[in-house]
Design a protein around this ligand. Structure first.
Ligand SMILES: O=P(O)(O)OC[C@H]1O[C@H](O[C@H]2O[C@H](CO)[C@@H](O)[C@H](O)[C@H]2O)[C@H](O)[C@@H](O)[C@@H]1O
Length: 243
């Protein structure tokens, strides 16, 4: 669907940004994303411009994301809203389902072992199986994760780009955004959210239900009222808002 580009970012907005496929291009592996100095500088400038009201809301866990972003001192909601990190070195668990992460990871590794092309991503509150190296394994990964989900009913299946994830239910990027909007310096501002994937859609709807707007980065159906073609177009829009 054709959607207009967003207006310039209001100075009084609370800005919420997804990471993979939004701030950075999708890469062959989760650890292969490219974070440029220009992106680091852009995030620092945006944080100043919005008086601190900038947060990243990601499916990645906080430690992983801070590792990629080295130097980003702002708020991160990670693991699809299960973790909140106001600053480097601080991680609060917002929602825990008592995952035995080590056992879950071992189970996933054992199930994926016959297919070396599958990448097992260990997360503190779940696990993801990536089949980007061999898309023909999509069916196997989906069946395997559905079976795992029946053995771990406290976890929910989260489809992702060339991956399936098991993550805690009861939280999401929408609840992360809603929680952040109760906190300074986000409270009282107009929420603006940008994301690229199905996991971002609830947060887009949440931002718009609060009088803000959402931006879909890339193709595909969306609840967002605005669209930008790719992470480069998002970077241009952010830079235009900074000038
Ligand atoms: O919410 P996000 O910040 O967009 O994170 C979503 C997931 O992103 C990562 O996986 C995706 O990006 C990888 C790197 O580009 C790519 O190789 C993979 O195929 C994608 O699914 C990350 O690995 C996951 O943990 C995030 O949940």
């Amino acid at each position: 669907m054709t959607l207009p580009p967003p207006p310039l970012l209001p100075a009084q907005a609370a800005l919420f940004l997804d990471f993979d496929g939004c701030l950075v291009e999708i890469a062959p592996r989760p650890d292969a994303v490219v974070v440029t100095q220009a992106l680091r500088d852009r995030l620092a400038a945006l944080r100043d411009r919005q008086d601190g009201a900038l947060a990243l809301i990601s499916g990645r866990d906080v430690a992983d994301l801070r590792g990629h972003l080295g130097g980003f001192s702002g708020m991160i909601a990670g693991s699809h809203g299960s973790e909140l990190s106001p600053a480097p070195g601080l991680i609060d668990t917002l929602h825990s389902v008592g995952v035995d992460a080590a056992a879950l990871h071992a189970e996933a590794h054992a199930l994926a072992a016959p297919h070396p092309a599958i990448l097992v991503e260990e997360k503190p509150h779940g696990v993801a199986l990536h089949y980007r190296d061999d898309p023909s394994l999509q069916g196997f990964v989906e069946r395997t994760m559905q079976d795992m989900a029946t053995r771990h009913p406290h976890l929910m299946l989260q489809p992702a780009k060339m991956a399936m994830e098991l993550r805690p239910g009861g939280v999401g990027k929408d609840s992360a955004l809603a929680h952040l909007m109760t906190l300074a310096p986000f409270a009282g501002r107009v929420p603006v959210f940008a994301g690229d994937d199905t996991t971002d859609e609830p947060a887009m709807a949440e931002a718009q239900s609060r009088g803000g707007f959402a931006i879909k980065v890339g193709d595909g159906p969306t609840a967002a009222r605005h669209r930008l073609s790719d992470p480069a177009a998002l970077a241009d829009w952010l830079d235009a808002s900074l000038t």
